[in-house]
Ligand binder design. Structure first.
Ligand code: SAH
Length: 362
């Protein structure tokens, strides 16, 4: 599977689109907002650029695409007023994703967003210039010293490729509890390579003193379990048992997904050496994107929660599944998957672990 060609979130604005099923990711952006806002506020206060260049890497297509960047623009504007600076900087915004991302839907909604900016920010505010940058963030995307701020949320768990050397990962579709050591090592090495390249490229593209805030889906400890993917593997194994899918077809399927630990992320940043870590925080978020209250009940829990979670995963993983198994199995997989999610949610605390890391280019 060629990740660059295959990977994209479900496009458009329909029932199964990413645009309609990305509440979890939206809440992740909101949880990281205090750190993101503070990072860009201090960048603006210190560097005071006339034109401020901001890139959102892995922007996808949907409400989150504009949410992340408009939060950044607003944070700068608020800071400008606080500092009593007369002139707003000009905003140059770069929206990046892989070439098969639904950029058309983004740009179709651009006039509405520009109108919102005009209304909310008032006279004298220069509406941002929006640009699309199609390509992998595991390579150079921008000229040297051309960016002030890089933001990327819920993207870096996607590897540049399915790792080589996954022999013996039978029945699994990524690194899992029952994966042999060679598989764990292969996934780790791939992440190590990819994340190092990511850091190297961004360190060239950011100006000195520029900042980068990454929110990374990771894992809490050394246990390699990625529970939601293990349930998906179980749903696929059921289809094999029922004769819908050939065993060999499933055995040759692995996903380019890796959830790093905090220590891994931190040590790769330190090894790279071009960034100072300004802030590093961990937070948990429930599979539905809702939060737990003090009694460990999910706030906003409802009977449709499992359905919501399954649809959320479907919006993300469907193109990858279709490219390997074809469209015929999709409804069957997700029906089974939903039941497994419901069962799991009724028995245990089901959450994602996320790291927010704010970095300054040395
Ligand atoms: N940031 C958005 C989207 C998260 S989904 C949000 O918070 O809602 C992850 C996105 O990362 C997808 O759109 C996927 O296509 C993109 N992505 C994954 N690997 C990428 C790569 N190598 N280069 C650019 N984008 C990538």
């Amino acid at each position: 599977m060629e990740v660059v060609e295959v990977l994209h979130m479900n496009g458009g604005i329909g029932h199964t689109s990413y645009a309609n099923n990305s509440l979890l990711q939206q809440n992740v952006i909101l949880r990281a907002k205090p750190i993101t806002d503070e990072a860009i506020r201090s960048l603006y206060a210190n560097l005071n650029p006339k034109n401020i260049c901001i890139a959102d890497l892995g922007c996808s297509s949907g409400p989150n695409t504009f949410l992340a960047v408009s939060n950044l623009v607003k944070a700068v504007e608020n800071q400008r007023k606080k500092l009593g600076r007369r002139q707003s900087p000009e905003f140059q915004i770069y929206l990046n994703d892989l070439p098969s991302n639904d950029f058309n839907t983004i740009f179709r909604s651009l006039p509405k967003h520009q109108e919102d900016f005009r209304r909310e920010m008032g006279d004298g505010f220069g509406v941002p210039f929006f640009n699309a940058v199609a390509g992998s963030f595991y390579g150079r995307l921008f000229p040297t010293d051309s960016l002030h701020f890089v933001h990327s949320s819920f993207t870096l768990h996607w590897l540049s490729q399915v790792p080589q050397g996954l022999e013996g990962n039978k029945g699994n579709i990524c690194m899992a509890t029952t994966s042999p050591l060679n598989v764990i090592k292969a996934y780790y090495n791939q992440f190590n390579n990819d994340f190092s390249i990511f850091l190297k490229c961004r360190s060239k593209e950011l100006v000195k003193g520029g900042k980068m805030v990454l929110t990374i889906m990771g894992r809490k400890n050394d246990n390699p379990t990625f529970h939601l993917m293990e349930l998906l593997a179980r749903a696929l194994n059921d289809l094999v048992a029922e004769g819908f899918v050939e065993e060999e077809k499933l055995n040759s399927f692995n996903t380019p997904v890796y959830t790093p630990s905090l220590a891994e992320v931190k040590s790769l940043v330190e090894n790279d050496g071009s960034f100072t870590i300004e802030c590093l925080e961990t937070f948990q978020i429930h599979w539905t994107g809702d939060e737990y209250d003090n009694d460990d009940n999910i706030i906003g829990n409802n009977n449709n929660a499992a359905y919501k979670v399954a649809r959320g995963l479907r919006a993300v993983i469907e193109p990858v599944l279709v490219s390997h198994f074809g469209e015929g199995i999709i409804e069957e997989v997700f029906q089974r998957y939903r039941k497994m999610i419901a069962d799991s949610m009724s028995r245990e605390k089901t959450e994602y672990t996320n790291f927010v890391i704010s970095l300054i280019k040395k």
